[in-house]
Design a protein around this ligand. Structure first.
Ligand code: FFO
Ligand code: GTP
Ligand code: MG
Length: 454
């Protein structure tokens, strides 16, 4: 769709709630006309005008600064007008209503960024980086999103896509010489080139996986037998009474997610139902959910009762077998009267258990530190040049790698048509990251998770 066919959208661009200044943004072919009607004056491009903003009845809503950016030199690539008013939600909403009365439509979530993508101002990975930058909870995450927005990820994807395209051209050309063996058609160089691409792809995949972990944070699931104090520990770590705690074994049934920041790193803690044989239907469903959640876990925090650490261990060990990292905790050490310190749990082999008391707080600092350390290591914190990435990107790179492997195999077997097809697939999978290739519902899916006004 070209700009001329598109309607003009309006939304509050600043955060909800009162603020020093609030911005209403318009984008689309009628942005300038609507802005000029509201300001009752002409707007010069890239000029800050102090103006009074009027509603339909001619009443002055506010005075503020009006800016006009002419297409294509704007954030969206369309004509854009910004009305920077006093940051009163009532005034800003009235300004949007006045824009609507003059022919604008309320923007959907992410629609400004979507237009920037459709106008070719940013690619899809960069548009996603805008949302990640806004959501970044600390400077490190913001910097990583900033690098993705600057195109550090996209450039590497595009470089690989260009290499793949060159190889595709070579293979497609070779198909026309069916009777020649591939090696007389530069097959050696081709295979070497594909091997190099595979290496580059692997390096990029690893960087994207780090970026995915940096963006999403560590996913830690608390498991253990009933009554060990899992919910009590979640509350202690979260610093609030999030989960219900009772002396009844089988209290927790549903999953309870809590996001927390440990030493500047984001992590999700999930409380689960205690694992044991039997239980009523609700409790069994809770245990099933606990098991499913462990399938997504990066870390299992296993909580055992320090008075009886052997109890329930078998069921727990089975449940966490597939989880990449484990952290063992013995809770309720206040009942033992021994100090908080690490203990080697004979039944854990080399693993060490942290000894804590959710009640007295003993050992919690060490638990906190251990979690922070795991979360930092997981996210590759402090790594130079890190950029944020999403599961979608990682999966696309994995699919690309699989197709590339297939192409190399077919090339070794001199089945050029199949090699060409696998290379085409690889090229397309790569193109999904930057949006060069995309399904329409993918865009809707991505942009609908943005905020309105972005
Ligand atoms: N007031 C205001 N501040 C803002 C934004 C905005 O939309 N409005 N942004 C919105 O997210 C971010 C900045 N992003 C922007 C990106 C491109 C252009 C732009 O006009 N680009 C033109 C001109 C380039 C130039 O002169 O340097 C272009 O790319 O052609 C403006 C803002 C953060 N700060
Ligand atoms: N003495 C002592 N009691 C604790 C400690 N932590 C938890 N408790 C008690 O142990 C009981 C169970 O605590 P919960 O946190 O509900 O245990 P849970 O592991 O979540 O139990 P389920 O949800 O039933 O699986 C409650 O009565 C808590 O008050 C602790 O460190 N010391
Ligand atoms: Mg519980």
């Amino acid at each position: 769709m070209t700009t001329a066919h598109r309607d003009t959208i309006a939304a509050i661009a600043t955060a909800a709630g009162p603020g020093g200044v609030g911005i209403v943004r318009l984008s689309g072919p009628r942005a300038r006309a609507i802005g000029e009607a509201l300001c009752r004056r002409g707007l010069r491009v890239r000029h800050a005008h102090h103006a009074r903003f009027h509603d339909g009845a001619g009443e002055v809503l506010d005075d503020g600064i009006a800016l006009y950016f002419a297409a294509p030199a704007s954030f969206t690539g369309e004509d854009v007008v910004e009305l920077q008013a006093h940051g009163s939600p009532a005034v800003l909403q009235a300004l949007v209503a006045a824009c609507v009365a003059l022919g604008a439509r309320r923007a959907r979530a992410g629609e400004f960024s979507e237009r920037a993508f459709l106008e070719g101002r940013v690619d899809l990975a960069q548009a996603e980086a805008i949302a990640d930058l806004i959501a970044a909870a600390d400077l490190q995450a913001a910097r990583a999103a900033r690098r993705a927005l600057d195109g550090e990820f996209s450039r590497r994807v595009e470089a690989l896509a260009a290499d793949l395209l060159a190889v595709r051209v070579h293979v497609e050309a070779a198909i026309d010489f069916v009777d020649e063996p591939i090696d007389t058609l530069g097959g050696g160089a081709l295979k070497a080139k594909l091997a190099r691409i595979a290496d580059d792809l692997d390096a990029l995949l690893q960087a994207a996986e780090r970026g995915r972990r940096l963006r999403d944070g560590l996913h830690a699931v608390i498991v253990g037998p009933p009554n060990a104090g899992k919910s009590s520990l979640l509350n202690a770590l979260a610093g609030s009474e999030r989960a219900i705690v009772t002396e009844i074994a089988g209290t927790t049934r549903d999953l309870l997610h809590e996001t927390l920041r440990v030493d500047g790193v984001e992590m999700t803690l999930v409380d689960t139902a205690g694992l044991r044989e039997g239980g009523d239907a609700i409790e069994r469903e809770g245990m099933r959910r606990a098991g499913a959640e462990l399938g997504r876990a990066d870390l299992a925090i296993v909580v055992l009762d320090a008075c009886d650490p052997a109890a329930g261990r078998r069921a727990v060990a089975d449940a966490i077998a597939e989880v990449p990292q484990h952290l063992w905790v013995h809770n309720k050490i206040d009942l033992l009267g021994t100090p908080a310190s690490e203990t080697t749990d004979a039944t854990l082999g080399d693993a060490v258990a942290l000894r804590v008391s959710a009640h007295t707080g003993a050992g919690l600092a060490a638990l906190h530190a251990a979690l922070g350390e795991r979360a930092r290591r997981y996210a590759g914190a402090g790594e130079a040049g890190a950029f944020t990435a999403r599961t979608r990107h990682v999966e696309a790179l994995q699919a690309t790698a699989a197709e590339l492997g297939e192409a190399r195999l077919q090339l070794d077997h001199e089945v050029l048509e199949l090699a060409a097809e696998a290379l085409r697939q690889a090229h397309d999978r790569l193109g999904e990251i930057t949006g060069r290739v995309h399904a329409d519902d993918l865009l809707g899916h991505i942009f609908s998770s943005f905020c309105i006004g972005k």
